[in-house]
Design a protein around this ligand. Structure first.
Ligand code: SF4
Length: 329
């Protein structure tokens, strides 16, 4: 491969297309996400799809779709920005609607909370986390309208392409819901980011890499990759404690993560390469708490293999949205 063929982030010395690098290139300076709670709930919790939620999700605090008072989003942003500025040299922020399902409300209410965030003078864009079965076309139209005037990343929970794993986690939808959402969102003005989990019980290395190939095939703009971890007060925490579920060791995770990155497109922004929770809340694995050490091991493995994101990427023909033709379960 000649220098001309290298992705720009490789020339900059990176081995994957990291979010910080992308944001710096786009905005010319450091940009941080500020997490916001807009008071949404989730159809997987309130009984619309299921109750209890996903087995790894502590959703006891989700509110029953209450309307946050005007000014509440602004106050959360001010507080979040104050904390981040204490730690980093940063003046620009993305308002990140993170907990619960942040498109699960009527369009007029969604518009109100998104607009309130965008009114903040230091907010340069939005990130919105949601489920693939919660983006009806009127919501996509709103997101498109917003994406035409600001940077917008819509984070869809893919987790895995394997329906048996989605059933295990009580996800309340199958992979066809993700395909449907991507098909309806494709070509709109915002970036689509898939959340993926590695280390789900019953998934082999090859199963996880099939999810990587699907992210690549679908041509998604970004991906967030998490190791499976357990937090208190969840079914998963009980299963880990009883030995019913085994959580991957760090070296296993690093191996599959690097394999996963190799299969992605070089153009896919990698927003996360691990997941973790606050120590007082985390049940397992403890290794994910030391992010700098984990990052060092991942970097060392990529260096040892002399590999990088996209090294095994196979360009795909036009996306095929028929799950049957993919041989999916
Ligand atoms: S879809 Fe998201 S918010 Fe809803 S229960 Fe699952 S993880 Fe929690």
């Amino acid at each position: 491969m000649s220098a001309n063929d290298l992705p720009h982030w490789r020339i900059a010395g990176l081995r994957y297309y990291a979010l910080n690098y992308f944001l710096r290139g786009k905005f010319g300076q450091r940009v941080q996400k500020v997490s916001l709670n807009a008071g949404f709930t989730c159809p997987n919790v309130d009984g619309t799809v299921a109750v209890g939620g996903c087995v790894f999700c502590d959703n006891r605090s989700f509110s029953p779709s209450r309307r946050v008072p005007r000014g509440a989003i602004r106050a959360q942003l001010d507080e979040g920005i104050r904390r981040l500025k204490w730690r980093y040299e940063v003046d620009h922020f993305l308002a990140y609607f993170q907990p619960a399902t942040n498109t699960y409300a009527p369009v007029d209410r969604l518009r109100q909370v998104y607009e309130e965030a965008l009114e903040h003078p230091q907010v340069v864009g939005l990130a919105i986390g949601t489920r693939p079965d919660c983006v009806p076309n009127d919501v996509l139209d709103l997101l498109e309208e917003i994406g035409e005037r600001t940077y917008l990343s819509v984070e869809l929970g893919l987790q895995t392409i394997h329906d048996r794993s989605l059933d295990w986690m009580n996800r309340g939808h199958h992979h066809d819901a993700f395909l449907d959402a991507v098909e309806r969102a494709r070509g709109r003005s915002f970036e689509l980011c898939a959340h993926v989990m590695l280390g789900l019980p019953g998934e082999s290395q090859e199963d996880m890499l099939a999810t990587a190939r699907e992210v690549a095939r679908l041509g998604l703009g970004a991906v967030k990759i998490h190791n499976l971890y357990a937090v208190r007060n969840t079914p998963l925490a009980d299963w880990v404690a009883s030995g019913e579920v085994r959580i991957m060791e760090r070296d296993e995770y690093v191996t599959v993560l690097v394999d996963f990155l190799e299969l992605l497109s070089p153009d896919c922004i990698v927003e996360r390469i691990s997941g973790e929770a606050p120590p007082e809340y985390l049940v397992a694995p403890s290794w994910c708490l030391d992010k700098p050490a984990l990052k060092r091991v991942i970097d060392a493995e990529m260096l040892r293999r002399d590999t990088w994101q996209g090294r095994k990427f196979q360009p795909h023909p036009l996306p095929d949205s028929n799950p049957a033709s993919l041989g999916l379960s």
